[in-house]
Design a protein around this ligand. Structure first.
Ligand code: FAD
Ligand code: NDP
Length: 317
């Protein structure tokens, strides 16, 4: 069986930047972009958003999906072969490494691997959530907000970070009123996003509160929330409930193969993309719980490709 020089797992800004650098270094990378891996389309988290205003080079902003199409095209331009498959199992214990695409017992071998599998939106497992999931409850306002069921209806967003701010602002285009339920009195969102959120007349903050139950028969009709200080409960009549409570790194398949932190993030040597296994590198949100931005993901993808290239050269591979 032939051994690939480099396989990249993941298709967000980190994976594609790694592919662009590795392709230009003549490593002929193979990139597995995933097929709804972690519940997100190929292209990663930015495919679930509208305008990206902070990726350098686009002074007027660019839509998330469009940015990912451009990155994908740039990867292909330099010779990356892209497969729309998800890697479901890996053997990183011996070299060359073996990766198993979903529904296949036949492994693919590689001398070096870059992991850029990103992260996935968290859910709350509220009573009522399972029955009403995608029947009013969603983790992606940008994907679902324009559905007719949410038009001119009251909507609820959970969270206090940039995602919550962005999703709530986006939902004001459709809903009659948008409640943002946050478990503290202080937002985590960046200043500019927080200001926009707090200034919007269609948005009402519900501070110090958490959702306790999703209500509805067939479709969502309300959200029960509890004030964490007073323990008082009330029901917000709502047809939409959108989670924006952060993400979980997509690292299940690496458990027991690589060093992972307690919260699942891949551990890399500070200032590098090196993991605990020589020849395996990690980039993007899968190893970054602090910055979690497209540009930092892209930057770390560049680092991973340069390190993989040097490591392969040092091994005469
Ligand atoms: P991801 O974008 O998470 O992509 C990884 C992808 O790899 C997965 O989605 C999947 O398609 C694939 N994959 C996963 N597992 C496998 C597998 N086993 N096999 C094959 N493929 C797999 N950042 C900004 O800088 N500006 C913004 O305006 C901005 N807006 C955002 C809006 C929202 C709603 C969200 C959720 C995030 C936003 N971010 C923004 C953050 C940004 O999207 C992320 O930091 C960035 O996408 C991380 O890139 P990544 O390459 O690490 O991984
Ligand atoms: P964050 O982790 O930043 O925020 C998650 C929010 O959800 C926090 O306010 C947190 O509360 C709350 N939360 C977490 N768990 C629970 C729970 N179980 N119950 C109730 N509330 C909960 O995630 P985001 O997705 O907002 O942002 C991720 C990254 O993506 C950030 O780096 C952000 O800057 C970036 N991003 C950037 C955008 C932009 O630049 N335009 C847009 C969107 C995201 P608490 O604050 O109390 O911890």
């Amino acid at each position: 069986m032939s051994v690939h020089q480099l396989i990249i797992i993941g298709s967000g800004p980190a994976g594609h930047t790694a592919a662009i650098y590795a392709g230009r270094a003549n490593l002929n990378p193979l990139l597995y972009e995933g097929f709804m891996a972690g519940g997100v389309a190929a292209g990663g988290q930015l495919t679930t958003t509208t305008d990206v205003e902070n990726f350098p080079g686009f002074p007027e902003g660019i839509s998330g999906p469009e940015l990912m199409i451009l990155l994908r095209r740039q990867s292909e331009r330099f010779g990356t072969r892209i497969l729309t498959e998800t890697i479901s199992r890996v053997d990183l214990r011996r070299r060359p490494f073996t990766l198993y695409p979903e529904d296949s017992d036949e492994g693919i071998k590689a001398h070096a691997v870059i992991i850029a599998t990103g992260a996935t939106a968290k859910r709350l497992a509220l009573p009522g959530e399972e029955e009403l999931w995608q029947k009013g409850i969603s983790a992606c306002a940008v994907c679902d907000g324009a559905l007719p069921m949410f038009k001119e209806a009251p909507l609820v967003v959970i969270g206090g970070g940039d995602s919550a701010a962005e999703e709530a602002l986006f939902l004001t285009r459709y809903g009659s009123r948008v409640y943002v339920v946050h478990r503290r009195q202080e937002l985590r969102a960046s200043r500019i996003m927080a200001d926009r959120l707090l200034k919007n007349p269609k948005i009402e903050m519900v501070w110090d509160s958490v959702p306790t139950r999703a209500l509805g028969n067939g479709t969502l009709s309300g959200v029960e929330v509890e004030n964490v200080k007073t323990k008082e409960r009330k029901t917000l009549a709502a047809r939409g409930l959108f989670y924006a409570i952060g993400h979980k790194p997509n690292t299940e398949i690496f458990q027991g193969q690589l060093e992972l932190a307690e919260d699942g993030y891949i551990v890399t040597t500070a200032g590098t993309a090196r993991t605990s296994v020589e020849g395996v590198f990690a980039a993007g949100d899968v190893q970054d719980r602090h910055y979690r931005q497209a540009i930092t993901a892209a930057g770390s993808g560049c680092m991973a490709a340069l390190e993989a290239e040097r490591w392969l050269a040092a091994q005469d591979l």
